[in-house]
Write a protein that binds this ligand. Structure first.
Ligand SMILES: Cc1cc2nc3c(=O)[nH]c(=O)nc-3n(C[C@H](O)[C@H](O)[C@H](O)COP(=O)(O)O)c2cc1C
Length: 220
């Protein structure tokens, strides 16, 4: 698989097969991902890989609890702008459409969203956290690390789903994985496993803004 194929075939997978994932393979992917770039070579990312009984412990604790208030950080600010709100609504229509959940069915949508707790059945979840002193440039560095991991996963036949949903339970998760809430922020989880590509939820067409709306080429 070349890089273009890895980029094109990566998608957020929200239904995983029960097939186990070799932790040595995950280790090797994370080892290779260390070469991701970061401003000043700070390498601000930290991660905790959960699987087996430990993963189940954290998931059951989330299922038995309510989202924290206040949440770890807000990911909803862009919804204040019409254009970004529209993109979110379009995504909602696509994936709730793929599951045949009606727009008005708020409970159905909320039930599906709660499947984030069990990472859609993925056997491995990487919890991504880093020191609170990190600012926007370092958050962006962490994003580069995450995309590097997700592309390397594709090369190994693995699928992923990044999950900022985990931030709703950040304090609880950190308590279970032994990360200081005072010192570190929990950014997201990355579900890792073998996707079930037969289900519509993993097959709907994803839309993107046309290139010329995203990028300008100026020569003079
Ligand atoms: C940092 C980050 C956090 C995300 N959090 C969630 C999440 O909590 N739950 C979810 O189902 N998808 C989540 N997504 C997936 C996005 O919805 C998805 O990337 C976007 O719709 C584009 O689709 P694609 O990844 O399939 O190409 C997240 C993506 C990123 C990059």
């Amino acid at each position: 698989m070349n890089v273009s194929e890895a980029v094109a075939s990566r998608r957020s997978v929200r239904a995983f097969l029960g097939k186990p994932v070799d932790l040595d393979l995950v280790r090797s992917i994370l080892d290779r991902a260390r070469m991701a770039p970061s401003g000043c070579n700070f390498q601000p990312w930290r991660g905790t890989v959960l699987s087996g009984a430990k993963l189940r412990e954290v998931q059951d604790a989330m299922a038995a609890s309510e989202p924290q208030d206040p949440i770890e950080y807000s990911w909803s600010e862009p919804e204040k702008s019409e254009i970004h709100l529209r993109r979110l609504q379009e995504l909602g229509a696509q994936f709730y459409g793929a599951m045949e959940i009606e727009r008005a069915d708020k409970e159905g949508r909320a039930d599906f969203a709660r499947q984030n707790i069990y990472s859609f059945g993925a056997p491995v979840v990487l919890m991504v956290h880093f020191e609170r002193l990190m600012g926007p440039p370092q958050w962006s560095d962490v994003g580069m690390w995450l995309q590097t991991i997700m592309l390397l996963c594709r090369e190994e036949g693995l699928d992923t789903c990044p999950q900022e949903w985990m931030a709703l339970y950040a304090r609880l998760i950190k308590q279970h994985i032994g990360v200081s809430d005072e010192e570190q922020i929990l950014f997201c989880g990355i579900a890792i496993g073998y996707g079930d590509h037969s289900v519509p939820l993993n097959r709907f067409e994803r839309t993107r803004v046309p290139l010329d709306e995203q990028v300008r080429f100026l020569s003079e």
